[in-house]
Design a protein. Structure first.
Length: 204
């Protein structure tokens, strides 16, 4: 555990990826998306990057992405490479190896349950190793059910559908945790415009 902390602290900071308005994600790190619209948010990130996207999901769950819903978010379905591990213990292993390979800019991992701190730190190290190998600094996204709570992530974002707001097909996005930014909330319109709302209290 001590070596993991030292390795994480000794690496220079990677650049940030701007996604929606003031939403920024540090490359070479692992972030958590939770809430009913977490997959939509992950696809918004994919649209900001180039090249193939490795999308890891539990093989025993029937829910799948609809290609017709991917294109409107700016993502060619042909970019998505799906991995469907049949065992829970293989899901984070697939994510770790995908980040370490250095061949893709984005790895999305749908979690069946919340992992511990050590596996998350291993994912951070794998992303850093991947950046050193091929020159592509990968981004890791952990999609957690409900309200999330994955320990050790660089940031935590919650997105849900904006019921009751005037704009049609909008979303409510919350930054619930970040190492360098305070909690914040935005209304996201269908065309990607962001409008600040009252910030939530810090969670986790």
């Amino acid at each position: 555990m001590g070596n993991l902390r030292h390795d994480l602290a000794s690496k220079p900071a990677a650049p940030d990826l701007s996604v929606l308005g003031d939403m920024r994600l540090r490359l070479g790190r692992v972030h958590e998306f939770c809430g009913p619209a977490r997959r939509t948010l992950a696809l918004r990130v994919a649209a900001r990057l180039e090249g193939p996207v490795i999308w890891i999901r539990p093989g025993w769950q029937a829910e799948r992405l609809n290609p017709e819903g991917v294109l409107p978010l700016g993502v060619d379905p042909g970019r998505l490479i799906f991995a469907d591990p049949r065992r829970a213990e293989d899901i984070l292993w697939c994510a770790e190896e995908s980040l370490r390979c250095g061949a893709v800019s984005l790895v999305v991992c749908e979690l069946p349950s919340l992992p511990g701190l050590t596996p998350v730190r291993r994912l951070h190290l794998a992303a850093q190793a991947g950046a050193e190998m091929m020159g592509i600094t990968p981004l890791g996204l952990l999609l957690a059910q409900a309200r999330g709570g994955v320990p050790g992530v660089e940031s935590r974002w919650y997105m849900t559908f904006a019921h009751g707001l005037k704009e049609k097909d909008g979303w409510r996005l919350e930054r619930r945790r970040a190492r360098s930014d305070p909690p914040a909330t935005w209304h996201i319109t269908a065309d990607g415009q962001t409008h600040p709302l009252a910030a939530p209290q810090a969670i986790g």
